[in-house]
Write a protein that binds this ligand. Structure first.
Ligand SMILES: Cc1cc2nc3c(=O)[nH]c(=O)nc-3n(C[C@H](O)[C@H](O)[C@H](O)COP(=O)(O)O)c2cc1C
Length: 205
């Protein structure tokens, strides 16, 4: 069977050709939990990382006083503004992205990824990467019986239901997917990918 490679020029922020070295495709969902911390970790991978936002992520960012314009000044940012998740086409450019990260991952995105649903930019990036054999790392936030998290106004205590906990377990069975349950596990997984992919990325995260 003949294979074809799709070269996408993104219409939002990106007009560059493929970067010289492969990088992380870091997707962000609408989770307040772990949001600022995940962005800090992503920033330590610069310039070897691009951001891909879900629509909910774009709404939630300002609620946590995180400014999209400031993110765009530091990262290349791809927004979820197409029905077919157009930026996914960049995954077909061999050598552009070596890993897809979802951090933080909402319960919603975890559920979709666990059941093979791809209808947002992060879930499409994850699914398509899996079909291409590109490793995925998912920082699932609802993994403990009690999760203490910061709402825009205050700290709140959440008790994930069995369905959320079951979906995390189910996600661990998905091909090419590593589920991490804490920021320390996320850092370790990224360090391992940096080492494996032999990127020129110098910083330990
Ligand atoms: C301020 C705020 C904080 C939120 N934090 C979380 C969260 O920590 N975890 C979560 O699963 N959903 C959280 N949500 C709900 C998600 O944003 C919502 O389920 C959304 O549909 C997820 O879409 P996405 O998975 O495509 O990003 C939050 C919503 C708001 C408004």
């Amino acid at each position: 069977m003949m294979t074809t490679t799709t070269h996408i020029r993104h219409t939002d922020t990106d007009t560059d050709d493929a970067p010289a070295s492969a990088r992380f495709a870091w997707t962000i969902t609408g989770s307040g939990h772990g949001l600022a911390e995940s962005l800090d970790i992503a920033a330590r991978l610069l310039p070897h990382v691009d951001l891909f936002l879900s629509r909910a992520a774009e709404e939630v960012l300002p609620l946590y006083k995180l400014d999209l314009a400031q993110l765009k000044a530091r990262f290349r940012v791809f927004r979820d503004n197409s029905a077919s998740a157009v930026p996914v086409g960049m995954l077909y450019d061999a050598g552009r992205y070596h890993t897809v990260v979802i951090a933080p991952a909402t319960s919603n995105t975890v559920a979709k990824c666990a059941f093979g649903i791809a209808d947002t930019l992060p879930t499409n990036m994850f699914a398509q990467a899996g079909k291409l054999g590109i490793p995925g790392i998912v920082f699932a936030c609802d993994t403990e019986p009690v999760v203490v998290t910061r709402s825009p106004l205050d700290w709140v205590e959440l008790r994930p239901r069995n369905i959320e906990l079951d979906n995390v377990e189910r996600l661990t069975q998905i091909d090419h997917c590593q589920v991490v349950r804490s920021l320390d596990e996320l850092r370790a997984a990224l360090d391992a990918r940096v080492a494996e992919s032999r990127t020129t990325c110098c910083a330990s995260v």
